[in-house]
Design a binder for this molecule. Sequence first.
Ligand SMILES: NC(=O)C1=CN([C@@H]2O[C@H](COP(=O)(O)OP(=O)(O)OC[C@H]3O[C@@H](n4cnc5c(N)ncnc54)[C@H](OP(=O)(O)O)[C@@H]3O)[C@@H](O)[C@H]2O)C=CC1
Ligand SMILES: O=C(CO)COP(=O)(O)O
Length: 330
Amino acid sequence: MSEKSIYVVGAGAWGSALAHTLGLGGRSVVLCGRDDVAIRTINEERRNPHYLKTVEMDARVTAQLGYDGIEAAQAVLLVVPAQASRAVLAEIGADRLAGQSIILCAKGLEKDTLKRQSEILAEACPTAHAFVLSGPSFAVDVAQGKPTAVTLAGKSLAAAHEIVDLLAGPTFRPYSSDDIVGVELAGALKNIYALACGAVDGADLGLSARSSIMARAFAEMGPLVEAMGGTKESLNGLAGLGDLTLSCTARESRNFDFGYRLGAGESVDEIVASGAKLAEGVHSSPVGLALAEKYGVEAPIIKAVNALLRGEAPIDSLVAQLMRRPLRSE
Ligand SMILES: NC(=O)C1=CN([C@@H]2O[C@H](COP(=O)(O)OP(=O)(O)OC[C@H]3O[C@@H](n4cnc5c(N)ncnc54)[C@H](OP(=O)(O)O)[C@@H]3O)[C@@H](O)[C@H]2O)C=CC1
Ligand SMILES: O=C(CO)COP(=O)(O)O
């Protein structure tokens, strides 16, 4: 019998990179997109015309419009923006996802409901098995075969190990975790802090300020993640410290870049109108703040990012406010 295919839903930067790396690892992959030009170009020219344009997509990847055959997948990677996950899961349908292993790859929290991706999946298809892929991994690095280590969380370590075996390749190394909550929160929160660090850079407040924000962000994440049931191990690992470090220091991060432009004086509307790429932190910031309030956790940096996004104050005056907070021990 022929090997079952892994389905990757979402033919953007991250979905394309993951599909390609899984193909390189010898897996048969179906990449599901919604743009027929992209689908045709991937199948005929082995490249995605919109994302990672120079990457030659592995021959084991077949692109298709829609979700035909997904019910027979070996596993499904959901790789659409966090705000689109619920609609895409509904479009696929609970029947076709019943009992399947779904690897949630979006790093974001749902606006209004404050839900994590695994909570959305549980509502959309209660019998599906949720896994979360997170950690420091720029799509372009993964697609170019640069060494990348990530976290793969499942309900148990044994379940996570199975998916790790499926996803691992010579340059893509997932580590198993049984902390779904901590790993998905870390991935979503780091995007909020990347906005802050980008803004600090954009306003030229200095590398010392940026490092201070990163360290205080790391400290700020802890109480919220733990209050919501996540663990310190996840924060100390790839999904936490690893991704925070990457996204808070690199202009290649779309969240950092969005923050940089805010810090340099552009407004949210101007940046969006310029066709900026997806910056999940813009959507997750109000959710992060609402969760901090709900769980009674102090989150001054998340609060500052929300004020920045709402255009209430520029980053230099928000940082000045952080500096005026009562002096305390670390
Ligand atoms: N890029 C990266 O380096 C990494 C990204 N991630 C996470 O992965 C998630 C996806 O990011 P990424 O792939 O980079 O984003 P992109 O913007 O590159 O791609 C998003 C993809 O989702 C599709 N899409 C958007 N809305 C819908 C919808 N309603 N229904 C169906 N498809 C939709 C888009 O289609 P279309 O092109 O037609 O608009 C596009 O193909 C994010 O949560 C991100 O944080 C995680 C790790 C690394
Ligand atoms: O999550 C990522 C790297 O780990 C990608 O970050 P951006 O979405 O900020 O580009």
